[in-house]
Design a protein around this ligand. Structure first.
Ligand code: LMR
Length: 350
């Protein structure tokens, strides 16, 4: 008898915990997939996972997008943001999107070689001589073709968000000529196109996730890394590095995406709200990312003794001379049309 009472008591506790603790979360997760559940709760919840800090061009764009979506839907559509790789690291999040565990991601385009080699075009060295060139590249045929290429993987490409130009940091500096980086070990993003560039520089590149970069620098496993000012600032890489070279040698930006299946399950009204909010966020991000990288460079100068060197145009020419041959070696992989387009764009802005 006593054991029957104990069993009933245990069962009641487990049932209560399940109903009040887990059921609301379960309901929210399922909502984007099933219109029939609208009666249960009016709110649709989407998860947006990314790997950078909140105070960055991508982090703030995600927050702005969430706010616009909430305002335009009177709170009926909620975007839950998971920053700093708290849900998934950068390569994991692409698989998580495909498997439906997360609804929005915005990985850096350098990591999308696993989907299509075409994305490598944005990683070509010194491809964009200015911010205006980036705008033209992303809004023109190059940007359109790249977002379109995601369809093959059942992914809906929603927008290009940008961060900015990559710079070089190291403890073995200063880095002024391409010879200065020879023999150094660098953390780079997961990209064969970037790997080839470091190979040409006779340096050793390690392709690792963004969230492991701080530890790699701290432990001395790498001498340096390449990144935008906003990532160097928000993750405090500048505290671990002695030299920063403003080289603007490469672009770092993001493709915002959703799974095609989840997109197709949305009502026309939800799609309209998502598209409008994405468009507003994207044009805000264009201006804001440039401003943010400039402001955070000033903050690094204020806060740290890191030695900053800005390459002159003549010095950049020396780096281009070493790196430019990758345009030809990578053409068969990326595709001639895209490489020709980016070469023309670069010429127009040089
Ligand atoms: C990196 O891995 O360095 C960047 O792609 C991180 C990011 O998403 O900006």
């Amino acid at each position: 008898m006593k054991s029957t009472y104990s069993f009933i008591l245990l069962f009641s506790i487990v049932a209560t915990v399940f109903i009040f603790g887990f059921l609301p979360h379960f309901t929210q997760e399922e909502l984007p997939y099933d219109d029939d559940q609208e009666g249960l709760s009016k709110q649709i919840v989407f998860k947006f996972s990314h790997v950078v800090a909140e105070n960055t061009p991508k982090g703030l764009a995600a927050a702005k997008f969430a706010k616009l979506v909430s305002d335009k839907s009177n709170g009926n559509i909620k975007i839950e943001i998971f920053p700093n790789g708290s849900l998934y690291s950068d390569i994991e999040e692409i698989n998580a999107l495909k498997e439906g565990h997360v609804h929005f991601i915005a990985p850096s385009t350098s990591k999308l070689g696993m989907l299509s080699p075409k994305w490598g075009v944005l990683d070509l060295p010194f491809a964009f001589p200015s911010d205006a060139a980036i705008t033209e590249g992303l809004n023109g045929p190059i940007g359109t073709e790249l977002l379109h290429s995601l369809q093959r993987d059942d992914i809906k490409g929603l927008a290009h968000w940008r961060n900015g130009f990559k710079q070089l940091t190291t403890n073995k500096g200063p880095l002024i000529t391409p010879q200065d980086i020879e023999g150094q070990t660098f953390r780079i993003m997961q990209s064969g196109v970037l790997q080839q560039q470091f190979d040409r520089l006779n340096s050793h590149a390690i392709q690792e996730s963004f969230n492991s970069t701080y530890k790699l620098l701290e432990s001395g496993k790498v001498d340096g890394e390449e990144n935008t000012i906003s990532n160097i600032y928000s993750k405090k890489f500048y505290n671990l590095q002695e030299y920063l070279t403003i080289s603007n040698h490469g672009y770092l930006g993001y493709a915002v995406m959703m799974s095609e299946k989840v997109w197709e399950q949305q009502t026309e009204e939800t799609k309209r709200i998502l598209i409008e909010s994405m468009e507003e966020t994207t044009s805000w991000n264009t201006h804001h990312s440039i401003k943010m990288n400039n402001e955070q460079l000033d903050l690094i100068k204020e806060k740290s003794p890191i030695k900053i060197y800005e390459l002159t145009e003549q010095e950049k020419e020396q780096w281009k001379k070493v790196l430019d041959p990758v345009y030809d070696t990578l053409t068969p992989q990326i595709g001639k049309e895209l490489v020709d387009e980016i070469k023309k764009l670069r010429k127009r802005y040089e």
